[in-house]
Design a binder for this molecule. Structure first.
Ligand SMILES: [Zn+2]
Length: 111
């Protein structure tokens, strides 16, 4: 393996990996009424469609809570792999690319 161009140091970085909006309809459908998870899922499909129709047709004054969920991931700044470190003789290295981990004081400010 050619190691000449590999980075020699890295830092842990926090990135926004994914974002989703979750609407929980479980309060509209009682799971115990359905024999299988698939039947329950189909009932939730129907509840989701009803909600879509409702939102399209109404200017509701009711409070609707929508939860935007962010999923963060720590990655290595050198190789972009998910963060995992090895400690060898008291020094930290990226478990994926082997770059030595620099002072982590930048981590808190990386977002
Ligand atoms: Zn790395």
């Amino acid at each position: 393996m050619n190691t000449e161009n590999l980075p020699t140091s890295c830092t842990r970085q926090k990135i926004l990996q994914d974002v989703e909006v979750l609407i929980d309809l479980s309060g509209m459908v009682w799971p115990r009424y359905y024999k299988t998870k698939e039947q329950y899922a189909k009932e939730l499909d129907g509840a989701a469609k009803e909600l879509e129709d409702f939102l399209r047709d109404h200017r509701s004054q009711d409070r609707i809570g929508l939860d935007v969920r962010r999923k963060y991931l720590d990655i290595c700044s050198a190789c972009q792999s998910e963060w995992e470190e090895d400690v060898v003789e008291g020094k930290k290295y990226c478990a994926n690319c082997g770059a030595m981990v620099e002072d982590e004081k930048h981590y808190a400010n990386s977002l």
